[in-house]
Design a protein around this ligand. Structure first.
Ligand code: 13P
Length: 246
């Protein structure tokens, strides 16, 4: 049976002090569940302190660069993250793609570097409203995954988490219905079977993201091909975060 994985994406919110207090408060109330991975993807500046106070909460970075070191102003390397005990990294979020111009080739380099270092990339994919309305979602998402996973072996796929986030549902309050989310996540699993094999597809964890809240998470997680959620806004408040993971 696949585990569930629920990760809060704090995006560019909170100070270091607020982040540390949040993790301490939530850890004090969180009941560990062996069948569920819970995490927070936090701004880089907080990661070192958060990993020191987190026990059951996995601390994820929101981005990294694929080179080990060098003249890459503003970037964070995988060895730097490893040194502070971070081993989950969100890669290819639509905000990275759209605002910061990350292309599939760069995302692919990051995914390959992460799995080579035994990290877990949370690889995001998803379509714009235009693509959704043109009913081309599955073709778009399949093409993103084909490119982003090029050169990743079947064995390495056991470390990869996929997050399906329709851009039109991010921060808009417009949640894809559980049926739509299920249809695409099922399509993603079938595409992974095509790229690899059925066993890899059966194992891969697929999250849905886009306006997930404590009120709708149950319906989303009850879908057979959805193994968790990547949550923005609703993960910023302690009670709401607890409502998502418990
Ligand atoms: P919201 O949950 O705020 O819609 O954000 C989703 C998201 O982008 C998570 O990565």
């Amino acid at each position: 049976m696949r585990k569930q994985i629920i990760v809060g994406n704090w995006k560019m919110f909170k100070t270091n002090e607020q982040g540390v207090q949040f993790i301490k408060n939530v850890e004090a109330k969180l009941k560990a569940n062996p069948n569920m991975i819970v995490g927070v993807a936090a701004p880089t500046v907080m990661l070192s302190d958060l990993t020191k106070v987190a026990k059951n909460i996995k601390i994820a970075a929101q981005n990294c660069y694929f080179e080990k070191e060098g003249a890459f102003t503003g970037e964070t390397s995988i060895p730097m993250l490893q040194a502070i005990n971070v081993n989950y990294v969100v890669i290819g979020h639509s905000e990275r793609r759209d605002i910061f111009g990350e292309c599939d080739q760069m995302i692919n380099s990051k995914v390959k570097a992460l799995v080579a270092a035994n990290f877990t990339p949370i690889l995001c994919c998803g379509e714009s409203l235009e693509i959704y309305e043109a009913k081309k979602t599955m073709a778009h998402v399949a093409e993103q995954l084909t490119q982003d996973l090029a050169g990743v072996t079947a064995e390495q796929m056991s470390q990869v988490v996929i997050a399906y986030e329709p851009i039109w549902a991010i921060g808009t309050g417009k949640v894809a219905t559980p049926e739509i989310a299920q249809e695409i996540c099922q399509g993603i699993r079938q595409h992974i079977a095509k790229l690899y094999n059925q066993a890899v597809a059966n194992e891969v964890l697929i999250q849905y993201g886009g306006s997930v809240k404590p009120e709708n998470i149950k319906d989303i997680l009850s879908q057979p091909d959805i193994d968790g959620a990547l949550v923005g806004g609703a993960s910023l408040i302690e009670d709401s975060y607890l409502g998502l993971v418990q």
